[in-house]
Design a protein around this ligand. Structure first.
Ligand SMILES: Cc1cc2nc3c(=O)[nH]c(=O)nc-3n(C[C@H](O)[C@H](O)[C@H](O)COP(=O)(O)O)c2cc1C
Length: 164
């Protein structure tokens, strides 16, 4: 049994979540960055996990394309789907917009892992937007985005669960 995690992100949050998730999965795991690497033959894997981040309400294009091109095969696998986003409360809404309905229905695990705003690594424009988001969150007494490690934990537990 082996698992492939495919992901796409911009500033490292998704990658961080993927690396931690990989350590929590019982089967051997391979990781694929969709923005940098070609997709291997999916027949080699029993489980596939797909994840990516949200920018301006939109899911990573590379993840959308992967799901579109491989949906028939994904429907035959144990499947996990996640997103990373700054507004954790909107996770369900983003998940529904990000993934095709039949994949969401088929998935063993689906979750929002939260997000981060790491200003240091951002482009000028993204930093400007992130500063505005942080400022308005502070003003309204909302907490700044953070990774929800409990969600990562629950997600891995669902993937590890044996089907009898
Ligand atoms: C320019 C910009 C736009 C963003 N837009 C959204 C958004 O529309 N909704 C949301 O919940 N989070 C939004 N975020 C937060 C990101 O989803 C969050 O920073 C996430 O951790 C990014 O993951 P990545 O580094 O793997 O790409 C935005 C962040 C930036 C910098």
């Amino acid at each position: 049994m082996s698992t492939l995690i495919v992901y796409a992100g911009k500033y490292g949050t998704t990658e961080k979540c993927v690396k931690t998730l990989a350590t929590k999965i019982n089967d051997p795991v391979e990781i694929l960055n969709l923005r940098q690497e070609a997709v291997p033959d999916l027949a080699e894997y029993d489980s596939i996990i797909v994840g990516g981040s949200i920018y301006f309400g939109q899911f990573q294009q590379a993840c959308r394309q992967f799901c579109r091109e491989h949906s028939a095969e994904l429907m035959r696998k144990k499947l996990g789907l996640f997103i990373c986003c700054g507004t954790f409360e909107k996770s369900d809404e983003f998940l529904k917009a990000a993934y095709p309905a039949e994949l969401l229905e088929h998935a063993t695990a689906k979750a929002g892992f939260g997000g981060e705003l790491d200003l240091k690594s951002m482009s000028l424009f993204d930093r400007f937007v992130a500063r505005m988001v942080s400022r308005s969150a502070r003003k309204e007494g909302r907490s700044l985005p953070s990774i929800r490690w409990d969600e990562v934990e629950q997600f891995s537990a669902a993937i590890n669960r044996q089907v009898v």
